[in-house]
Design a protein around this ligand. Structure first.
Ligand SMILES: *[C@@H]1O[C@H](CO)[C@@H](O)[C@H](O)[C@H]1NC(C)=O
Ligand SMILES: *[C@@H]1O[C@H](CO)[C@@H](O)[C@H](O)[C@H]1NC(C)=O
Ligand SMILES: *[C@@H]1O[C@H](CO)[C@@H](O)[C@H](O)[C@H]1NC(C)=O
Ligand SMILES: *[C@@H]1O[C@H](CO)[C@@H](O)[C@H](O)[C@H]1NC(C)=O
Length: 181
């Protein structure tokens, strides 16, 4: 009995140092809510990037799930960091260039003039979207920021508007089940 007690105490004490380092499971693909255009109107679609994730061998992120998000060359030296006030309404507008928008905090609510599809993009790990509905192809979308929190976002134009490889999963924004990480 005493021995058992000691054994269990020892186990407990050893736990912090022997606890296995969690190995993150590598998801197959990155699914991205995309604002694109169909017959001159902005639409929301869920895209799955092709090729999918691989395991990084780069120093500093070795073992991490990583995925290329497009060629970014000298013409995209103008990436932007924005701080958008709480309860701001961006109104109807087009993507200024085909670009990644990476919401870091806050909440962006996207609606469309010619569709009932909408998207709520929470800043953070699921905050990355593609905005491709430039004025040459679309009538635009409406973005408002309905919470009391400021929204921060990084916009990264795609090199020569070159759209990353993808397959369309469905109309409308990606679901939480499709961003399972
Ligand atoms: C930023 O880069 C995009 C994409 O190359 C380009 O279309 C746009 O004109 C640039 N904007 C500025 C302000 O330089
Ligand atoms: C698209 O939306 C605009 C702005 O609300 C409206 O004027 C236009 O009639 C709509 N077109 C269609 C085909 O729904
Ligand atoms: C998806 O949206 C397009 C318009 O962008 C529409 O033509 C098509 O019928 C929709 N597909 C489905 C399966 O609802
Ligand atoms: C992306 O969607 C595909 C198809 O639904 C799914 O198999 C995959 O697990 C999703 N990826 C993530 C990271 O959730």
């Amino acid at each position: 009995m005493a021995l058992l007690g000691l054994a269990s105490v020892t186990t407990t004490l050893c736990q912090p140092s022997t606890k296995p380092v969690p190995v993150p499971s590598v998801p197959s693909t990155l699914n991205i809510t995309t604002l694109t255009a169909e017959n001159g109107f902005s639409v929301l679609e869920c895209w799955s990037l092709v090729p999918g994730f691989t395991t990084s061998h780069q120093a500093g992120t070795s073992g991490a799930a990583s995925i290329g998000i497009g060629e970014l060359g000298s013409s995209t030296a103008n990436a932007t960091f924005s701080i958008i006030p709480a309860r701001f309404n961006g109104g109807l507008h087009n993507a200024p260039a085909a670009q990644w928008v990476i919401f870091l905090s806050g909440l962006a609510h996207i609606t469309l003039p010619n569709s009932t599809d909408k998207a709520s993009i929470q800043g953070g790990k699921h905050g990355t979207i593609l905005a491709l509905d430039t004025s040459d192809v679309s009538n635009g979308h409406i973005t408002d920021y309905p919470t009391d929190e400021v929204t921060t976002a990084v916009q990264i134009p795609l090199e020569d508007g070159k759209i990353p490889g993808h397959v369309k999963l469905h109309n409308g924004s990606c679901t939480p089940q499709e961003q399972n990480f």
